[in-house]
Design a protein around this ligand. Sequence first.
Ligand code: GLU
Length: 446
Amino acid sequence: MEKIIQQFLDEVKQRNQNEPEFMQAVTEVAENVIPYIVKNDIYYGQNILLRMVEPERVVFFRVPWIDDQNEIKVNRGYRIEMNSAIGPYKGGLRFHPSVNLSVLKFLAFEQVFKNSLTTLPMGGGKGGSDFDPKGKSDKEVMRFCQSFMSELFRHIGPNRDIPAGDIGVGGREIGYLFGQYKRLKNEFTGVLTGKGVSWGGSLIRPEATGYGVVYFTQKMLENIGTSLEGKKVVLSGSGNVAQYAAEKVIQLGGIVNTLSDSGGYIYDRDGINSEKLKYIMDLKNIKRGRIEEYIKQYPTAEFHAKKTPWEIPCDVAIPCATQNELHKEDALMLIKNGCVCVGEGANMPSTPEAIHEFTVNKILFAPGKASNAGGVAVSGLEMAQNSLRYNWTRDEVDTRLKNIMSDIHQSCVEYGQEDGYVNYVKGANIAGFVKVADAMLAQGVV
Ligand code: GLU
């Protein structure tokens, strides 16, 4: 078996030189899915995984724009259309200086499995730019978004490819992108999700990824007879996912001790309560400030510069910042300090070595493609509402989100059972694969 997996990975690597993040995502899937393919005749001999690692289409484009000093800037735009077997391409746009082909291909590949797990009819895609919105004025962000959409609009559409937000792309950016698309196409359609509620957006969409990861984490805890009530929770990040994950942990009776940004993390041993969280939301979303400022407002808290929060003892860890933010040493530290459960809010925040430690130590560990699927799931619900030309209530969307997270948890339990331990990584990879593979087989070699 090892040999078959290695041969497969060698072949993929040959074709995708210098794409470490993409290879990392493919390796994890291959290790779980290839043994499953070998055991199941319908998939064997179809080169199904080899087809799945090749994007259906990749678009690269120039994004020129003019800054506030009247200087001409150039960034690079991308859209990876990975797989459309079960629905139109669906996935976010990331604006961050670390964006490159490897990062977006890993995200697009993960998205295919994630979207399949949501049970909604969405294929997988991802896009973005190496543009850094940090420190840019609203007008600069608008000019950049308009230029980006002036090319992207040719490749997307409500039945073709539906982008949304990701790191660096929130409500403000979706607004500018939507405005430009509408102008160019002279059409008001649900071509993007994460829209404002008054112009086609869904209630609960901003909260969905954060709420979803906490619903999933609660399910994992319930499965071993406990809950989040009274648990100490260490969270990383302070963007959209982390903010709403913190809100839901507080609502469910857990204690949020940390949040972070690229400057470091804050530790509040008394717990970040609703009032303190409101301060952080205003600081991050309106003032666009740094998390460090929290200790000026709440001086009993600590700020640890240039560090991640995994050294703080906790029961539950929820990494919500970015890929590869939690390493082997962090995993060992969490385990040593008594952490029993890790729910990934970001995409691939744990390195393979960290995941290995969680698995051999039988920690409850949910990979992002399962536990952070709530965001794209509510995007799917936004698409449904746009097609209906109707809006569901907050409760209606939240109930559907809860049910979807519970169904994903159930699929992971079904496919990830290993002598009483649920391997959620294996469960998510196989359950996500089966639906896409069956559709691909039914549709022939296309
Ligand atoms: N960027 C989010 C994700 O990683 C959401 C994508 C979407 O809503 O299309 O799943």
